[in-house]
Design a protein around this ligand. Structure first.
Ligand code: PHE
Length: 447
């Protein structure tokens, strides 16, 4: 069977931007920045996006387009007879880990949407928004129902195929989400005490840099937000036609993704400080902050409704790219149909998702890694370790295994003045930085 292809280059761009922009920009960016001191984290995160993220994004897409295969198959094709393809399993594993909790958090967003549809979040519930949220996520099966709904939607899009399903899903709602966020940012900035939040986000407290965990947190956020290191972008690249040019496309994706993160920060942090919310509240942060903002706004109920609808669609366009990673792999290896594969993979992830959800209720005492609950542990392992390892492997493949001319050609940089610059980053800068950050966070090296 011929592999599917994108309809147009724009179709690829939209799907890749859809993959990048999601809960990572709004939910994850805000809480990780909040936990890691704000400004200093933002600087590091931006530095990693520029120095590692965007060059590696180009690398990842170019590997996929050249090999025309999934994350394991691409390594096999480009480095035959080597164990390189084994690193592709970091990607498959991180897809399982990430989608299992992504679906839970996206389920929370659907629940919020529902509360704006029926009006119950138009004004503060008796227990407050944080109380209501706490009660909801700790319930033994309510949130699991919403997780199931989100997972079903994801599976339906993936099983309808690359072009019809994924490409069509996102054309109106990304721009809509951008517009809503800009409106929200202006409103948030007008709140009493907003400047405190802007200071938190934009005035770095350099002493935060002495804490090793900030480096790995910023690296993990750069990878997560750009959908990097898992093979999602690689798999999307594998559906590209050869004539599509990559450098401008990947730069556009990087800029767009960063824009969404910063604008979300400008929405969340002024409000966090204006309403006296703790910026280091962790994963619940935006779910407590946003409804409080909407309540204060004129037409806030409607804005909340549209906002959560757009957020659900942005999450779906990311979750489909995650489910596509193991789906593409298992379809090729076992010859299963797209239908059977996506249903099976999605169902397994849903079962993991049940554990993630219970981690906020009856299993809240379960802390697999450090003092992290189930969601935080899975996120830590996948985003901070597996994704950077996957990215490292791709950088080493292109920088050290491939010939320079082949590497430049597959990234469409043969005749470009920035070619050597990109190559230097992929060969030296990105791998060394990733290794240094790993050493630092494991305590072997202090900076
Ligand atoms: N980038 C997506 C987001 O920000 C999440 C994602 C991670 C998607 C890894 C694919 C691969 O929400």
């Amino acid at each position: 069977m011929a592999r599917e292809k994108w309809g147009t280059k724009l179709g690829f761009m939209l799907a890749a931007m859809g993959s990048a922009v999601g809960l990572g920009n709004i939910w994850r960016f805000s809480f990780v920045a909040g936990e890691n001191g704000g400004g200093a984290f933002l600087i590091l995160y931006l530095a990693f996006v520029v120095l590692i993220g965007v060059p590696l994004l180009l690398t990842e897409v170019s590997i996929g387009r050249k090999a025309e295969s999934d994350v394991v198959g691409s390594f096999k094709k480009l480095a035959p007879g080597t164990p390189w393809h084994l690193t592709g399993f970091f990607g498959i594993a991180s897809a399982f880990l990430i989608l299992s909790f992504y679906a839970v958090v996206a389920g929370w967003a659907i629940y919020y949407f529902w509360n704006y549809v029926n009006g119950s979040f138009f004004s503060q519930p008796e227990v407050g928004y944080d109380g209501a949220f706490g009660q909801f996520i700790s319930h033994s099966w309510h949130p699991i129902g919403w997780t199931a709904l989100f997972m079903i939607l994801t599976i339906v899009i993936v099983l309808s195929g690359v072009k019809k399903g994924i490409e069509a899903a996102n054309k109106i709602f990304m721009p809509l989400l951008a517009i809503l966020l800009i409106v929200l940012a202006f409103f948030s900035l007008s709140l009493d005490g907003a400047s405190e939040g802007m200071k938190f986000l934009f005035t770095p407290d350099w002493s935060a840099l002495s804490n090793p965990s900030i480096y790995i947190a910023a690296l993990g956020q750069a990878f997560f937000s750009l959908s990097l290191g898992m093979g999602a972008m690689l798999t999307y690249g594998s559906y590209l036609r050869k004539e599509n040019k990559l450098p401008s496309a990947t730069l556009g994706i990087g800029l767009m993704d960063t824009f969404f993160a910063i604008i979300s920060g400008i929405v969340i942090f002024p409000a966090v400080f204006a309403f006296g919310i703790d910026p280091s509240s962790g994963p619940p942060l935006v779910f407590i902050t946003l409804p409080t903002i909407f309540e204060q706004m004129p037409f806030g109920g409607i804005i909340g409704l549209v906002f959560f609808f757009a957020l659900i669609l942005a999450s779906l366009s990311s979750s489909v790219s995650i489910l596509e990673v193991p789906t593409a792999y298992f379809m090729r290896v076992f010859g299963w149909t797209r239908f059977a594969t996506s249903v099976l993979m999605g169902s397994i992830m849903f079962v993991f998702g049940i554990a993630v959800s219970l981690g906020f209720g009856i299993w809240s005492g379960v802390t697999p890694i450090g003092d992290r609950n189930i969601l935080d542990s899975m996120d830590y392992l996948a985003s901070n370790i597996f994704l950077p390892l996957g990215g490292l492997s791709m950088a080493l493949l292109v920088g050290w295994y491939m010939k320079k001319a082949t590497a430049l050609e597959s990234a469409d940089l043969s005749t470009s003045p920035i070619g050597s610059f990109w190559y230097g980053i992929i060969k030296f800068v990105a791998p060394i930085l990733i290794l240094l950050i790993f050493l630092n966070s494991s305590g072997l090296l202090q900076f």
